[in-house]
Design a protein around this ligand. Structure first.
Ligand code: HEM
Length: 231
C-alpha cells in the first residue's frame, strides 16, 4: 500500500503542458516586442497569431481532451468554491487531481483574458504612425479601432495582475501546503499520497490521443489563418 502511495500519478497530458509553457513564453515575447515597437512588431504579430491558435486549440481541448483538461472536470459553481476555501482556511488538507475549484475558475479567466487581448490586437492600430496596423484594423470603423487599441494597451496590465495572482497561488501551494503544482506542470505527475490523506478515492483518468491534439491544433491554425485573410 505504502509503495502504491509513493508513486506519482499522471495528471496533465503533454498537450496541456506544452500549451501552458508555450503560452508563458509567447506572452513574454508579445509584451517585450510590443513595447519595443518598430521592426519588433513583426514578431509581436506572429507571437499574437500563435497565441490565438493555442487558445483556440485549448478551448477545443477543454471539450474533447483528456479528463483533467476538460472544462466539465474543473469548472465548478460557487458552492464548490466555498467548500474549497473553507477547507483551505481551516487548514484541512485539500487535494485535487486536476485544478481545484477556485484554480479552475482562474484558468478560465486567464484563457479568456488572453483571448480578449489577442483578438483586440487584430483590430488595433498605431493611429499616430499609421504604419503598424493589426491585420483586421481596416475592416472596422476608426472609432472602434481607437477603442480596441486603448483596450489592448490597458488590458495587458490586467493580464499581468492575473498572472501574478496565479503564480502567487502556485508558490503558496508549494511553501504552505507542500504540494509542488509547478513541478507537476512540467512532468505531468503528482504524488498520490495527498489524495489518500484527503480521504478521496483516486479517480480514473483518461487521456486523449496525440493525433487528436495535432488535428485540433491544425484546425485552430487554419481558423486563425482564414480570419486574418478577412482583413
Ligand atoms: C504568462 C503567464 C501565465 C499564464 C497566462 C498561465 C496560464 C495558465 C493556464 C491557462 C493554466 C491552465 C492549464 C490548462 O489547464 O491548460 C495554468 C496552470 C498552471 N500554471 Fe500557469 N500561467 C502562467 C504562468 C505560470 C508560471 C510562471 C507558473 C509557475 C511559477 C505557473 C504555474 C502553473 C501551475 C502550477 C498550473 C497548474 C495549476 C493546478 O495544478 O491546478 N503558471 N496556467
Amino acid at each position: 500500500m505504502a509503495d502504491k502511495l509513493d508513486k506519482k500519478v499522471r495528471v496533465w497530458d503533454l498537450p496541456v503542458r506544452l500549451f501552458h509553457w508555450t503560452l508563458v513564453i509567447l506572452l513574454v515575447t508579445s509584451y517585450f516586442s510590443g513595447r519595443a515597437g518598430g521592426d519588433w512588431m513583426k514578431l509581436h504579430f506572429w507571437s499574437g497569431y500563435t497565441i490565438l491558435t493555442l487558445l483556440l486549440f485549448r478551448i477545443a481541448w477543454g471539450f474533447v481532451g483528456s479528463t483533467t483538461a476538460r472544462f466539465s472536470h474543473f469548472v465548478k459553481g460557487p458552492a464548490a468554491w466555498f467548500v474549497y476555501l473553507k477547507d483551505l482556511l481551516t487548514g484541512r488538507r485539500t487535494y485535487d487531481v486536476g485544478h481545484n475549484p477556485v484554480g479552475g475558475i482562474m484558468v478560465l479567466v486567464l484563457i479568456f483574458a488572453v483571448l480578449a487581448q489577442a483578438v483586440a490586437g487584430l483590430f488595433s492600430a498605431d493611429t499616430d504612425m499609421g504604419t503598424v496596423n493589426g491585420p483586421l484594423a481596416n475592416s472596422i470603423p476608426d472609432k472602434w479601432v481607437d477603442r480596441l487599441t486603448s483596450f489592448h494597451t490597458f488590458w495587458v496590465n490586467v493580464i499581468w495582475c492575473l498572472v501574478a495572482l496565479h503564480v502567487l497561488a502556485a508558490i503558496t501551494y508549494l511553501v504552505w501546503k507542500r504540494q509542488n503544482l509547478i513541478g507537476a506542470m512540467f512532468t505531468g505527475r503528482k504524488p498520490l499520497e495527498h489524495v489518500a490523506e484527503a480521504g478521496k478515492p483516486v479517480p480514473t483518468l483518461s487521456f486523449a490521443s496525440g493525433r487528436l491534439a495535432i488535428s485540433l491544433l491544425i484546425a485552430a491554425a487554419a481558423i486563425v489563418y482564414f480570419c486574418l485573410r478577412l482583413g
